[in-house]
Design a protein around this ligand. Structure first.
Ligand code: NAD
Length: 344
């Protein structure tokens, strides 16, 4: 097992390793005070791991409630949030009780936002079960729901009290969803860590999960500690995302997040004439991630203008100069279209 400690507005551990679901009850007990735990999960993850987690928490003396919703991004909405909040209230969870978010990024974002808002904030534990959630969404305290007008438009910064990542849960993840998470892993290599990038070139998809997840989490932890509220350095984590979000939105979400991010990374690498462009494209291809799109610069530009990171007439694009050397580059909306065109 590896442990990474985050020292942000809250201090907490992220534990990564095999067999960790079995340690959840005792770990939750060590946080103190709680009597009740509400497990929040989606229908797919609950079927696989719900019983094990519930029994483990009960064995540690907790009264356990479960809130399970249908799997899928479309459920990360206001109606599900209100139903979850009502569930917490009807079971009389108090401010000392706990939420456990058991699932991927959808569960983590929704349960985290419920934890941030119920009784003006209660503690929660992230138990990520997708690679994306393990390396990205479960760490750093961003919580959110979607609106019909766009993804993640309502949310809060609310750090978990603990993250338990049992790498065994990734064994049941469909390969395609695992591959989506790999796009984020590659992103960390390009942003911060040439050694991680080189290790991925060597291992391909068969990388050692515990050590690679721990390294990505460490890198994210460093950024979160520098810029918890996303006003500076944390923006770099957006590499490939501005254009990626445009690809996702344009495809009406038929192209998954990870694949859209891969396309976004490929476009900015080509457009910026990044010195390591060929290595980046080759690694994305090695992981069977796409590096081209049929959408035009006009299509992608329109969506990029609604990017959350836009401020006035400027969008901050993250531009790779080389592996381990990326820059936050403010770009006027007029320049973005020709930049995208250059990278297609
Ligand atoms: N908060 C953040 O910092 C942050 C960062 C990145 C992404 N996100 C959010 O994360 C979400 C995407 O997360 P995701 O890719 O994990 O999607 P997800 O939570 O929808 O999970 C993908 C699918 O995998 C299934 N699944 C999960 N774990 C499984 C397992 N172990 N075995 C079998 N099936 C399993 C789920 O039921 C779901 O159908 C988006 O809503 C995105 O906005 C948040």
């Amino acid at each position: 097992m590896k442990t990474v400690t985050v020292n942000a507005s809250k201090q907490y551990d992220i534990r990564i390793g095999s067999g960790l679901l079995a340690t959840l009850g005792e770990a939750a007990k060590q946080l103190g005070k709680a009597e009740k735990v509400c497990i929040v999960s989606d229908s797919t993850v609950w079927k696989l791991y719900g019983e094990v987690v519930q029994k483990n928490l009960e064995a540690s003396g907790f009264q356990v409630i479960a809130y399970v919703f249908p799997a899928g991004e479309s459920q990360k909405n206001g109606a599900t949030l209100l139903e979850l909040l009502s569930c917490l209230a009807s079971h009389q969870l108090t401010r000392s009780d706990l939420i456990v978010a058991l699932g991927g990024g959808v569960v983590g974002d929704l349960a985290g936002f419920a934890a941030a808002t119920y009784l003006r904030g209660i503690r929660f534990i992230q138990v990520p079960t997708t690679l994306l959630a393990a390396v990205d969404s479960s760490v750093g305290g961003k919580t959110a729901i979607d609106l019909p007008e766009g993804k993640n438009l309502v949310g809060a910064f609310w750090q978990p009290s603990l993250v338990i990542c049992d790498t065994d849960t990734l064994n049941t993840l469909p390969e395609d969803i695992f591959r989506d998470g790999c796009a984020e892993v590659i992103k960390y290599g390009i942003l911060y860590d040439p050694d991680l990038f080189a290790a991925l070139e060597h291992s391909g998809m068969g990388f050692d999960r515990e050590s690679v997840i721990a390294r990505c989490v460490e890198l994210k932890r460093n950024v979160v500690m520098e810029d918890e509220f996303d006003t500076g350095a944390r923006m770099k984590l957006n590499l490939g995302h501005t254009i990626g979000h445009s690809v996702e939105a344009k495809s009406q979400f038929t192209i998954s997040h990870g694949k859209a991010v891969a396309i976004g990374i490929a476009i900015v690498s080509r457009a910026a004439l990044c010195q390591d462009c060929q290595r980046i494209l080759a690694l994305l291809r090695q992981f069977s991630l796409p590096i081209h799109t049929d959408y035009t610069a006009e299509d992608l530009y329109i969506h990029a203008l609604s990017d959350k990171k836009r401020s006035g007439s400027t969008v901050n694009l993250i531009i790779p100069n080389g592996i381990g050397d990326c820059a936050i580059t403010p770009m006027n909306v007029d320049q973005i279209k020709s930049f995208i065109e250059a990278g297609l």
